[in-house]
Design a protein around this ligand. Structure first.
Ligand code: APR
Ligand code: ZN
Ligand code: ZN
Length: 363
């Protein structure tokens, strides 16, 4: 089967014919129908996120089950599924505390680009190839953790459902779980890519009264309006001053969905007393942001947000319901549908801020 392999920084992804070992205990082999291209895939190629190499990128996937390994319950050949990033083991400290988005079993995939047992199923001849997030969906097939597979109803196409595996769950989850936006609130979302546009939809679904979208690309702002933003601001302007013309005291919730320290600082500066800044974007882990501490005496709060603070097994089916009712719109998020060969082009586009979400359609 073919896959797009990232060998080293500065080199374009290469389409290679790879072999895939059969699924082991608790795993399933999928035909990948579609894979969204997320900024985190780009971040691996730039070194912002670290992964062992060579690696097959892609972690926002939907597909059809081709084969299950031993000990797999509740998943059958032919099932159409989204692959979540969290195996939700149900047993670790975090799962038991109701925070499966921090499940310790995510670590092998996220830190080491391997399966739960630390190995990988992908081979190029006799060489092992790593699998981003234990998924590796820039490929025609993938072996993944069966527990991470969540069924998709027939009426939702896999070319859209895949987005729920990362970007949409992350953005909507930031709004509904981490920020717990309430009706009537004023919200600002900085960065209107796949994640930010989903946060805007989450804010709309939660009943926010004022939703200010901030981006540097005019087309993104147009899309933001279509998806629920009530106001838009050019990120290159004096955002803090401009925002106060819209929400005099500042916003209840500011969501950063880019991954830059400057915009994390901006998010903090947009809050009203008692407001909450939610950081979804991922800069390099060692970077530092500077915020005015006076805000703490106005009870401003700063919160991290991983994978939308989501309980994927609970929230992905909920989001699928919102998709079916039309409240959560996926079509406008997809600016490009591309074949596997165009994976590098999709990464280049994201780096330039072009397009909302790119989806690789693999057949
Ligand atoms: N001010 C405002 N908007 C900006 C700025 C800026 N200074 N710089 C970039 N942007 C906009 C881009 O124009 C783009 O629309 O931020 C958006 C980022 O979107 P994507 O690159 O599509 O990123 P996305 O996949 O949505 O992920 C956002 O969440 O999960 C994390 O790693 C991911 O850090 C990334 C973030
Ligand atoms: Zn992602
Ligand atoms: Zn766990």
């Amino acid at each position: 089967m073919r896959a797009a392999v990232f060998f080293e920084p500065g080199k374009a992804l290469e389409i290679r014919e790879l072999s895939l070992d059969p699924p082991r205990e608790g795993e399933a082999r999928l035909r990948i129908a579609a894979s969204g291209v997320c900024r985190s895939d780009l971040s691996v190629t730039t070194g912002t996120l670290r992964s062992p190499l060579p690696v097959v990128l892609g972690h926002e996937a939907a597909g059809e089950v081709l084969e299950t390994g031993p000990g797999v319950d509740g998943l059958a050949v032919g099932d159409r599924v989204i692959v979540s990033l969290s195996p939700e083991c149900g047993e670790c400290l975090f799962c038991r505390e109701g925070r499966p988005n921090l499940c310790v079993q995510m670590a092998p995939g996220v830190m080491n680009s391997s399966m739960l047992d630390g190995t990988t199923r992908l081979r190029d001849g006799s060489d092992s190839i790593y699998q981003l997030c234990g998924i590796a969906s820039f490929a025609e097939e993938a072996v993944v953790c069966a527990r991470a597979c969540i069924r998709v109803p027939d009426e939702v196409p896999l070319e859209r459902a895949c987005l729920l595996g990362c970007g949409v769950l992350t953005g909507v989850g930031a709004a509904l779980n981490t920020a717990a936006i309430e009706p009537g609130m004023a919200v600002a979302v900085i960065g209107c890519g796949g994640v930010g546009l989903s946060a805007i939809q989450g804010a709309r679904i939660a009943g926010a009264e004022t939703i200010v979208a901030i981006d540097v690309v005019p087309e993104k702002l147009e899309l933001a309006r279509e998806l629920g933003a009530t106001h838009t601001l050019d990120g290159g302007s004096e955002v803090r001053r401009e925002l106060r013309k819209i929400a005099r005291l500042g916003v209840h919730v500011a969501i950063e969905a880019i991954g830059r320290t400057e915009t994390i600082e901006t998010a903090w500066s947009l809050l009203r007393p008692g407001g909450l800044a939610v950081v979804v974007g991922m800069p390099k882990a060692r970077e530092t942001a500077r915020i005015r501490v006076g805000g703490f005496f106005q009870e401003k709060r700063l919160a991290g947000c991983v994978y939308g603070g989501a309980h994927a097994k609970r929230d992905i089916p909920r989001l699928l319901d919102y998709v079916r009712s039309g409240e959560l719109r996926l079509d406008p998020l997809v600016s490009h549908e591309l074949p596997l060969e165009a994976a590098q082009q999709a990464l280049d586009d994201i780096a330039r801020g072009a397009g909302a979400r790119h989806v690789l359609v693999l057949g």
